[in-house]
Ligand binder design. Structure first.
Ligand code: FE
Ligand code: FE
Ligand code: ZN
Length: 277
């Protein structure tokens, strides 16, 4: 079975997200851990969490993805902003420890004018200050489009972060199809080669989840503008190869396409029909 879901609003809690997911025939979902602008997080409602776990227990759910606020910048030149990123992540992960089968995805950050090396150093420093050998939550570094001075456009940069992190067994990668395409990896004409490169540099066993998006822009545009499935430069044929690829097909796929719930339901229906059972 294809493990597919989409980004949902967390404002009404976990049970509500799971019910919404089921209503659109999803068996996973993604959500922001907190308002990306406001940074404040609600206390975890353990009653909601229990009901959620009970609800999904017989529904064949794949792991879910918690997304850090995209305004976090772990490699800002400003120490206060770096500390805010660390405190936010530490708190998010503490709460996620109560949600079995969840991954924590974050954008590595933007180095602005400091250079990628400095940025990578700061990101690894933050991870080293957060990760404990006891934690269950796997932290996912998201592959980025390379907009501005984003770290994580290349597989090498992600490898370097992993190499500098002490408990790197807690680190994985979430591959965003729009981002790697915009970043210059040709997943349309040569998906095998891109995955070989991923495997050689990072190791395919580090890949835990996929953000499934089409792109409004051609390859190497470094733009990061998501398009609905089949209506962008990646296209439905290439996306069909992505969901069926032997190295990807069992992973959770999360749609982050510009859609309302109905739009997501339609995309999920199409993608399920294109999946080779
Ligand atoms: Fe993201
Ligand atoms: Fe993404
Ligand atoms: Zn994006």
């Amino acid at each position: 079975m294809l493990n597919i879901g989409c980004h949902l609003s967390a404002s009404k809690g976990f049970l509500h997200m799971a019910e919404e997911a089921v209503s659109i025939k999803a068996n996973t979902f993604q959500f922001f851990t907190r308002n990306p602008r406001g940074f404040r997080a609600k206390e975890l409602d353990m009653n909601d969490v229990e009901k959620y776990l009970e609800y999904i227990s017989d529904k064949n759910f794949a792991p879910i993805v918690a997304h850090a606020p995209y305004t976090l910048n772990a490699c800002s030149a400003d120490k206060k902003i770096r500390e805010l990123a660390k405190d936010t992540m530490e708190d998010d992960i503490k709460r996620l420890e109560h949600i079995p089968e969840s991954y924590y995805n974050f954008h590595p950050g933007s180095h602005v004018k400091q250079g990628a090396e400095k940025g990578i150093e700061y990101i690894a420093e933050m991870l080293n200050g957060i990760i404990t050998p006891e934690q269950n939550t796997v932290i996912l570094l998201e592959t980025m489009a390379g907009k501005g001075s984003e770290i994580g456009r290349t597989f090498q940069e992600i490898r370097e972060i992993i190499d500098r992190t002490e408990y790197s067994e807690k680190l994985g990668v979430c591959m965003d199809t729009c981002h790697i395409w915009d970043g210059g990896y040709n997943i349309v004409d040569n998906l095998d080669r891109v995955l070989d490169e991923f495997n050689n540099i990072i190791g395919i066993e580090r890949l835990y989840a996929v953000h499934l998006n089409d792109s409004k822009n051609p390859m190497s545009s470094h733009k990061d503008r998501h398009e609905t499935i089949g209506n962008g430069y990646i296209g439905l044929e290439a996306i069909t190869r992505v969901i069926n690829h032997p190295q990807l097909r069992t992973l959770p796929f999360e749609l982050e396409t510009p859609n309302d719930l109905d739009g997501y339901a339609k995309e999920i229906e199409i993608l399920r029909s294109l999946y080779n059972e």
